[in-house]
Design a protein around this ligand. Structure first.
Ligand code: ADP
Length: 889
């Protein structure tokens, strides 16, 4: 379908213009040809050019194939019409050379990249060939009848093409300036939209916060009431949570929009470190403890007491990670730790960490959690409310403050979020204890006031009746004397009559707003409150606005919605000590600090690296212990219950059932989730793991373990290439290497280098269990069973293959199998022989041991029972022999 004009892009428009001008030029050229060179060939060439332009027009306008149109016109003109015109129109004496110039101009304007270079090279070659032919065979050139006509032809060509090129250039310049105008217009429009969006957000924030203030504040009053029924208390708690959630959503959206618009600013002020942490802790404590989590605080007492930075933003970041810690932790604890490292007398580096014992974060998503709207996947996360904005805002705030936020997490076990930030030291004296956190264990659901100050007078000025009521009610428990004013005028009336220690002024008030009211109070003639502490109460979301307002001379500010402890904490810091009676227990902090210290010590005690493996490695538990190797166990399902392989059940307990009723026993493979759980637990003991897995193609263990390892940054899954007794040899040498202090990389290199030199063979009574487990096909099963063959399996390329078989009585076959192996080893210095069996008589075991010891020169010989899993997979009576010759031997 043809497009309407506005739908064309710049390239299409350019071609259209070129065709329009080209058609006119062609027409004029034809007339010129009739005058100058009235030969049929010349005229035909002009017609050909004309036709190619028309085809180009149809292709681009009607069929939307501008690309094809460009090629058709280009090829026809540059490679056909212009060269031939050279010969029909007097060679270099006519106007043809100027057309060659036009051809190159066309190519450079129309095509791009490799296409342009290709067409240009072809055009240059074409021109050279034409010139050479004309030079070598001048007879091929039809001369122009007279010099005068030749001059005319050349002149026409120059004029036509000059005008043509000029017009095209003009069109380009016009298009460019038009595009520029459009871009400037769009930029202005975008700026206007963005400005109105910011205003909208600021207004919306005020409009939303005011009612949220009322909801949360009054709801808190209900919660504080001891006489309400459990159901009312429960409902009020739900309202409280929903209100807080809504508020944090509004805050996040606002901050996000500010960051997006590059309007977020950092305001550095001197701040009291203790006050900052106290406020932070009082805001979050309830939230953490009401979930039944322990909250440990470990703030270094030597932190400088006054620093310079943006305490508001630091608190915002820390609050966000503390809220997350509470959100993503079901049981256990949240620990807040802070310490400082001095850089110079005037500067220090503070590190604050929040550690939780929550769900942890998978390694594959850990890099994404600082991106906007990014949340980890999984049903557990989906059940927890969130937008995925918080951490992205934290990251951007930390960047703006020149700091860093990092995370370290063990999936399913917990996370540690840390911020590191340099700050100027204003007063380097230590903060000492943070005193007023106090709340005893078990008391967490009951509100406790921070202080009482019955001699302190407070004036609350707010035009919104509901908001004012909330403030008054929230302060009532502190026993301060409160007066109310619903406008600045009424307040000014009161400040003439009474002294107030503290005046709480709302910002958005009609007639006289908070800032104007402050000026009036401070300059009031006969005013009694010119020296009072005036605190601003605001529901402005725009924190930049708050900072600007604060320049006006307020002593502090409190953001709405008000929350009991936060309001009390803000006011408390403006009341002289002699008026205050604390309602807190100061021992609380030191007890908790101790717990925090212990957690830190536990971290230091973690091992550098440990080796783990699957229980099918057939290594005795005691030996695994002495090697410090941890095993993940499979579960054996029997009619009598479900048991942990090797630990809760051994082949002695179950060999009869395997023999007679094998179908009733099944093995639960270790699932990805089981591995995740196992790795997570092990990572609480060590910083890094090497998991030596059973041969890659033997069941799903290797794949499941590898998938689980993706959730952690420090789990290396290594394919042992072996099964059963072969794995024990791999483990032994890996553990030896580790005990010599090798790195993970060196241990892995050892594993990879020895596994190829281990030879392992297994003799099975029957092929049936192997067939049942899907390791061999039906045809082989039928043949083996019909002839009563005992298969011999070998480990090759990380899986088991049938190599040969034995016949006759199985017990005798086992002894022959051992003798045969011994024969092959005779005279060679063997490092290890490992035999594992799924239940053979003790006498036979002794016989086998004697054969080995008598005939083989071996450093380490072990005969051991297999795991139940291996017994189920290979059947009862199976025997496996793994041998290893060390390279040095
Ligand atoms: P939200 O919590 O609203 O989803 P955030 O940006 O605060 O958004 O966090 C992003 C994601 O990071 C969360 O969705 C969650 O998957 C993960 N996350 C953050 N903190 C923790 C934590 N303490 N424990 C586990 N996962 C966390």
């Amino acid at each position: 379908m043809p497009k309407n004009l506005t739908e064309y892009n710049i390239r299409e428009k350019f071609l259209k213009k070129l065709i329009d001008i080209g058609v006119i030029m062609c027409f004029l050229g034809m007339i010129e040809q009739i005058v100058v060179q009235p030969c049929i060939k010349s005229i035909m060439l002009m017609v050909l050019l004309f036709v190619s332009l028309i085809i180009g027009y149809i292709l681009s306008s009607t069929l939307n194939r501008t690309d094809l149109a460009e090629i058709v016109i280009g090829v026809a003109a540059i490679y056909v019409v212009f060269p031939l015109m050279y010969f029909t129109n007097g060679g270099i004496t006519g106007g043809a050379p100027v057309w060659f110039v036009l051809g190159m101009f066309y190519i450079i304007c129309i095509f791009d990249g490799i296409e342009m270079y290709l067409f240009l090279i072809l055009a240059i070659l074409d021109d050279i060939v034409v010139y050479l032919i004309g030079y070598k065979y001048p007879k091929l050139i039809i001369p122009i009848k007279s010099d005068a006509l030749a001059v005319l032809d050349s002149m026409f060509a120059i004029v036509f093409i000059g005008i043509f090129l000029g017009m095209i250039m003009k069109f380009q310049l016009k298009s460019y300036s038009k595009a520029r105008e459009v871009a400037i217009y769009q930029k202005n429009e975008t700026e206007k939209i963005s400005a109105s969006r910011s205003t909208f957000f600021a207004n919306m924030s005020h409009e939303i916060r005011t009612p949220i203030n009322t909801i949360i504040g009054l709801d808190e009053m209900i919660l504080r009431d001891d006489t309400i029924s459990d159901e009312v208390a429960e409902n009020a708690a739900v309202i409280q949570n929903a209100g807080i959630m809504l508020l944090s959503l509004v805050n996040d959206i606002l901050d996000f929009s500010q960051i997006e618009n590059k309007k977020m600013r950092i305001y550095e002020v001197s701040y009291n470190t203790q006050e900052m942490f106290s406020e932070l802790i009082s805001v979050i404590r309830n939230r953490i403890e009401s979930k039944g989590l322990a909250f440990y605080v470990n703030i270094e007492r030597t932190l400088p007491s006054v620093m310079r930075g943006d305490p508001k933003r630091i608190k915002q970041v820390l609050l966000n990670i503390l809220v997350n810690a509470a959100k993503y932790t079901k049981e256990g604890s949240v620990t807040l730790t802070a310490n400082a490292e001095s850089i110079s007398d005037k500067r220090c580096k503070i590190t604050v960490s929040v550690a939780d014992t929550g769900i942890g974060i998978k390694k594959e998503v850990i890099d994404r959690i600082f991106d906007s709207f990014s949340r980890a996947d999984g049903s557990e996360i989906n059940r927890i409310e969130g937008t995925g904005l918080g951490l992205s805002i934290c990251k951007q705030l930390m960047d703006l403050m020149g700091g860093e936020i990092t995370v370290d997490s063990i999936y399913t076990k917990g996370s540690v979020f840390s911020i590191v930030l340099e700050q100027d030291i204003i007063d380097g004296s230590p903060i000492g204890n943070i005193d007023f956190l106090a709340r005893k264990e078990g008391e967490h659901t009951k509100f406790k006031h921070l202080f009482e100050a019955p001699d302190v007078r407070v004036l609350v000025v707010d035009d919104n009746d509901a908001s004012r009521m909330v403030t008054v009610k929230l302060l009532r428990g502190t026993k301060v004397q409160i007066d109310e004013a619903n406008s600045a005028l009424e307040a000014l009336n009161l400040t003439c009559q009474k002294y107030y220690n503290i005046i709480l002024l709302d910002y958005m008030m009609p007639e006289i707003n908070g800032v104007e009211a402050l000026q009036k109070i401070k300059q009031q003639e006969n005013g009694l409150c010119r020296g009072s502490q005036v605190l601003l109460m605001t529901a402005e979301g725009e924190r930049n606005v708050i900072n600007d307002i604060m320049q006006e001379g307020f002593d502090g500010y409190i953001e709405k919605p008000l929350e009991g402890n936060r309001l009390e904490a803000s006011i408390m810091s403006h009341i002289p000590n002699e008026f205050l009676e604390y309602c807190i227990d100061t021992h609380y902090v030191s007890e908790k600090s101790l717990a925090g210290d212990m957690q830190e010590k536990a971290d230091v005690l973690k091992k550098r690296l440990i080796i783990t493996t699957d229980c099918v490695c057939d290594i005795p538990i005691e030996e695994a212990k002495s090697m410090s190797v941890k095993q993940v166990y499979q579960y054996i399902n029997t009619p009598g219950g479900r048991f942990k392989d090797t630990v809760e059940i051994g082949i002695d307990n179950i060999s009869d059932m395997i023999l007679n009723d094998r179908k009733k026993i099944s093995v639960s493979a270790v699932s990805v989730e089981d591995y995740e759980d196992f790795f997570a637990t092990r990572l609480t003991e060590a910083k890094e793991l090497i998991h030596i897995s059973v041969a890659m193609n033997f069941g799903k263990s290797y794949y499941n373990a590898s998938n689980a390892a993706k959730c952690f940054g420090s789990v290396n899954v290594v394919n042992s290439g072996q099964v059963s007794c072969g794995m024990r040899i791999v483990l032994k040498y890996a553990a030896q290497k580790l005990s010599e202090g090798a790195t993970a990389k060196e241990v892995i290199t050892t594993i990879n280098s020895i596994q190829g030199r281990i030879k392992a063979e297994f003799l099975l009574d029957s092929i049936e269990p192997f067939y049942e487990n899907g390791f061999v096909g039906k045809r082989k099963k039928i043949i083996f069973e019909a002839l009563n063959l005992h298969p011999i399996l070998v480990v090759k390329r990380s899986s088991l293959h049938i190599r040969s078989f034995m016949v006759g009585d199985f017990e005798k076959a086992r002894v022959r199998f051992v003798k045969r192996t011994v024969k092959k080893l005779k005279g060679r210095p063997i490092s290890d022989i490992n035999i594992s069996h799924s239940g053979i008589p003790v006498k036979e075991q002794e016989l086998i041991a004697a054969i080995i010891e008598k005939n083989v020169n071996c450093d380490d010989f072990v005969i051991e029972k297999s795991s139940v899993t291996n017994a189920c997979i290979s059947g009862p009576g199976t025997i496996g022999i793994a041998t290893y010759i060390d390279k040095q031997k």
